[in-house]
Design a protein around this ligand. Structure first.
Ligand SMILES: NC(=O)c1ccc[n+]([C@@H]2O[C@H](COP(=O)([O-])OP(=O)(O)OC[C@H]3O[C@@H](n4cnc5c(N)ncnc54)[C@H](O)[C@@H]3O)[C@@H](O)[C@H]2O)c1
Length: 330
């Protein structure tokens, strides 16, 4: 059994704690968060110890692995402490909002041989994983284009936006990782545009609510990502991959597959699953199982700290491209 401490008892920490607790190969030793009133109910619901000192949780001898689900600006400190103590880590994205800080953390982790997995949960969605397997099996031939539509149901609160690092580092980063993963090659050129069609005050933070990104790899493979912070019909997550001999597509998920037809509508369906916690429930569970399997079996991590650095690098290029109106070489 792998002993695990989950740091952070907020939105994502709660999901990770539940998935560790549900695993037959791991024990949730502790949940840590500086706010006792936040962490106590989460830990108690899984029979784990509640701690208010994250560093102390990392250092526990019964903790083999750490899951970092705390605010982004705390990730690097916990990451480096955990690898220094020889603990495996599943770290939420992004590593940090600063490229230099992320680079130097990655270099230090590699120097000490730290075992770190970056939490790019979408790779573990059963449909997206099947798409990757179909590409690997040669079912659509050489990949030519990847098209990703990723739209949130509504604007996050202003307080979140302010410290998020902007749409490209906060939201597009998932899609940039997906694009790298599905293209199978590193993008070398990034073009991005951004607009404030929902909230003009985002100009106060140099941020956008609506954005498009184009990527191109050395061999010419292309990806197009489109993001919007508000889609009135719900959380929209669609991916299309065009290859030389075929195409892969998938559907958004709904609570059921029922269709309703009457005199006014044909084939009306239920709304899309609300947001990421509902849409990616299975992916978060599979991500945790993959992490636990890698730790228990001494296998290589399914994603690495370098994946985190590379996705952030592409996000930085998108920020620059949107600001300057020029294509940016990676
Ligand atoms: N992979 C995904 O789909 C996904 C989804 C959401 C969030 N995230 C990432 O997870 C991280 C947390 O996001 P969230 O939405 O759960 O945030 P949140 O605000 O809901 O939760 C963060 C928790 O961290 C605690 N905290 C605050 N300061 C702390 C400190 N100094 N040390 C330790 N803990 C502290 C807070 O009390 C809170 O309970 C972020 O890095 C975010 O980018 C990833």
């Amino acid at each position: 059994m792998v002993g695990i401490a989950v740091l952070g008892a907020g939105r994502i920490g709660k999901i990770h704690a539940a998935n560790v607790a549900a695993s037959s190969k791991a024990t949730l030793i502790a949940v840590a968060d500086p706010f006792a009133e936040v962490v106590e109910p989460v830990a108690a619901s899984h029979g784990a110890e509640a701690m208010t000192d994250c560093m102390a949780a990392i250092a526990r001898p019964d903790v083999d692995a750490v899951v970092i689900g705390t605010p982004t600006d705390t990730h690097v400190g916990f990451l480096l402490k955990a690898v220094e103590l020889g603990k495996a880590v599943l770290c939420e994205k992004p590593i940090d909002l600063d490229m230099t800080e992320s680079e130097s953390a990655a270099a230090e982790i590699e120097r000490v041989g730290g075992r770190v997995m970056l939490a790019f949960n979408r790779r573990f969605d059963s449909t997206f994983a099947e798409m990757r397997r179909a590409i690997d099996a040669g079912r659509i031939g050489e990949v030519r284009q990847v098209i990703i539509s990723s739209r949130d149901p509504g604007m996050p609160p202003a307080s979140y936006v302010k410290s998020s690092g902007g749409i490209f580092r906060d939201m597009t980063i998932h899609d940039l990782d997906m694009a790298r993963w599905l293209l199978g090659e590193e993008p070398v050129l990034v073009t991005a545009i951004g607009a404030r069609l929902i909230d003009p005050t985002l100009s106060d933070y140099d941020d956008y609510d609506t954005a498009m990104v184009l990527l191109q790899t050395e061999s010419g493979r292309q990806a197009h990502i489109n993001n919007c912070r508000e889609a009135v019909y719900g959380y929209d997550q669609r991916v299309e991959v065009l290859g030389a001999t075929g195409m892969l597509t998938q559907d958004n998920l709904r609570p059921t597959t029922m269709r309703f037809t009457n005199a006014e509508f044909t084939d009306a369906r239920e709304p899309l699953l609300n947001f990421f916690l509902e849409r990616y429930t299975q992916a978060y569970r599979a991500e945790m199982e993959a992490f636990i399997d890698a730790v228990a079996g001494g296998k290589s991590m399914p994603t690495s700290v370098r994946d985190g650095v590379q996705a952030l690098r592409l996000a930085e290029c998108a920020v620059e491209s949107a600001r300057t109106g020029r294509a940016v070489s990676v």
